[in-house]
Write a protein of this length. Structure first.
Length: 256
């Protein structure tokens, strides 16, 4: 269920945004950005404003991202779940490509049915003493109800286009999108119920320790205004919370 291959996820992201892959091996990904992606990721608004003001084309940067912890000594940027760079990419996906409709590219001269799948990419955030994110990709076939995890890994090996191929025809969904999404949510809920919640217990224990410490500092005066504020801040910081949100999704038509 969890997208563990962050390297391939990133590679697909840049390919789909028309960036050239310079190198891609052993957890090191170097890409040549387009102007659009340079503007999106590299935070150089003054550079691009100046270049355009003098009528030049500009030179988009290359970006090297490292997902292999054993390669941190390589010249590049270490990226991982929870890192600001990955959050930036996820926000870009969310803002630009929240919903899509795609078809598997098929070369055939026979009438070929195409079956609709609801594909949803979800980010789960664990907030507390330590923050952590997980990415999930789930597909649900809208005719039979079959569900598949790691759906993005399947789609990475599938040629997709915005238009349906010749001789192919779409099968009408039998499962409505709201119902399909509720089924996916149920899978996420079951996953969360069965995960290890040691992180939450540790976060609550830290909260108790911090509150005892700050109470001692203020001589256990319950009416001290600063004590109340600091306890409120600690409670907000250390109380464990799990949130999940849809990063993007859409309907993809695939051969059965």
């Amino acid at each position: 269920m969890e997208i563990t291959n962050l390297h391939e996820f990133l590679k697909t992201y840049f390919i789909e945004h028309a960036c050239d892959i310079v190198t891609s091996s052993d957890g090191v990904l170097c890409v040549q950005l387009t102007e659009e992606m340079d503007r999106t990721l590299m935070n150089r608004p003054f550079y691009w404003h100046y270049i355009k003001s003098i009528g030049q084309e500009g030179e988009p940067m290359q970006l090297t991202l490292i997902t292999n912890p054993n390669k941190k000594d390589v010249d590049g940027e270490w990226i991982h779940f929870g890192s600001p760079r990955l959050q930036q990419i996820m926000n870009d996906l969310k803002s630009k490509q929240h919903n899509v409709k795609l078809f598997e590219s098929v070369e055939t001269k026979e009438h070929t049915p195409m079956y609709p799948w609801l594909v949803v990419n979800i980010k789960i955030s664990y907030l507390g003493k330590h923050n952590m994110d997980e990415l999930f990709s789930i597909g649900l076939q809208l005719v039979t109800g079959k569900m598949k995890t790691n759906m993005m890994e399947t789609l990475e090996e599938t040629s997709l286009s915005k238009g349906i191929s010749d001789f192919c025809y779409p099968i009408s969904p039998l499962i409505k999108l709201p119902s399909a999404y509720k089924r996916i949510e149920s899978v996420i809920d079951t996953y969360l119920e069965n995960t290890d919640h040691t992180w939450a217990t540790q976060s609550l224990a830290t909260l108790d320790d911090e509150i005892r410490l700050v109470k001692h500092f203020y001589n256990n005066d319950p009416d001290h205004p600063q004590l109340k504020k600091e306890i409120a801040d600690l409670t907000e910081r250390y109380t464990p919370i799990i949130k999940h949100q849809v990063v993007n999704g859409g309907v993809v038509y695939l051969r059965k």
